[in-house]
Design a protein around this ligand. Sequence first.
Ligand SMILES: [Zn+2]
Length: 80
Amino acid sequence: MPKKGHIPERTCIVCKKKLPKKELLRLCVRENQIILDKFQKEGGRGAYFCVECFPKIKNLKVRRKLFRALRAKNNVNIVL
Ligand SMILES: [Zn+2]
């Protein structure tokens, strides 16, 4: 596989689909809140969602995955 024009890929934490970073939504923890990292500029651990899976964030199982991926504590709020 040629390395030219390499696009950074990330895996959706829900469906495990690999997509270019730009096509995924990045969530991260900041000041005890899980926020949507719109510009993918926040440091630290991030969790990626594809657009199809993002609405599933309301689902408890998906939330658990997210918390695990971010190593977030249970008292962290999701602020989107
Ligand atoms: Zn997905």
